[in-house]
Design a protein around this ligand. Sequence first.
Ligand code: 5AD
Ligand code: FES
Length: 348
Amino acid sequence: MKKLIDELKDSNNLSPDKLLLLLNNMDNENKQYLHTKADETRLHIYGDKVYMRGLIEFTNFCKNNCKYCGIRKGNRQAQRYRLSKEEIIGCCAEGYRLGYRTFVLQGGEDNFYTDERIMDIVSTIKSSFDDVAVTLSIGEKTYETYKKYFDAGADRYLLRHETNSRELYDRLHPNMSYDNRIRCLYDLKDIGYQIGAGFMVGLPGQTNEDFVKDLVFLKELQPHMVGIGPFMPQSDTPLANEKAGTADKTCILLSLIRLILPEVLLPATTALGSIDPKGREQGLKAGANVVMPNLSPIGVREKYSLYDGKICTGDEAAQCRHCIENRIKSAGYQVDMSKGDHISLQNN
Ligand code: 5AD
Ligand code: FES
């Protein structure tokens, strides 16, 4: 297996058969070797910097009904909230004061936020704060809408493809279309966004064959960012009683993604930190180089409950910043507060 890992590191490519062979044969020794090679690759491209993004979860209303997601429309237990433009700008101002230069506005697919409202929020952020990047993560829209947001100043867009298995996708996403999701990603790229795709790890019924499809798809799409995290059941969803994904498997996939797309920006996600107290550190050591601390008002964090057991929601949330910075440093990396563009777009 080490030869396959070397081949992957040297060529940033591996046939689907070989990827499957690797995934099927991940004993501890191979795993360690894989993580080391991924960490070296990241070090070579981005050094030991970990880029920080301030995450603002501004609405948990959603018109979709994804079976895994705690803010799905069908969840009557969810306590819904929306942040006003002023509250969103307030979160950015606080983040800016703390040094953040990327703001990620994430929410359910909520029609309350019309194109005009989103454009107004984006352009206000861009004109109020010097040299910041705005990332949107608000789901599937038309080409025209994505273009309007871009023209208003949005720099980046996150839209996980969730799984590249069409069958699994259809099972988990009633009344949604896999083709439309993929169309969105290519449209976003075409418009000029830095795009982020990604998937969940450990979905009910998900196989190594499915992960190979995800990896092949990512290689083809060439996104600037890839967000992956373990599936975690949420008690008020149809998948409440399913098994969660693991940190271990997520880290293996992080390393494979780092080797396939050496320049990708790869977060150690909140879900990874939630499934295992050391998950984010393990993710960094496996090749991740982005962390997205929560800048949402503490009062709403618990309500943005995509899954049970989410970290950074309780009384200790005010301390998250120190907590995460200490974790990054003690794992052996440097906190980097700059905008943190993809390496192909960094001019310094
Ligand atoms: N477990 C893990 N991740 C989830 N997401 C949504 N619900 C869950 C869950 N139960 C992820 C999806 C989505 C992102 C914002 O959160 O991948 O794209
Ligand atoms: Fe909101 Fe899936 S439940 S996008």
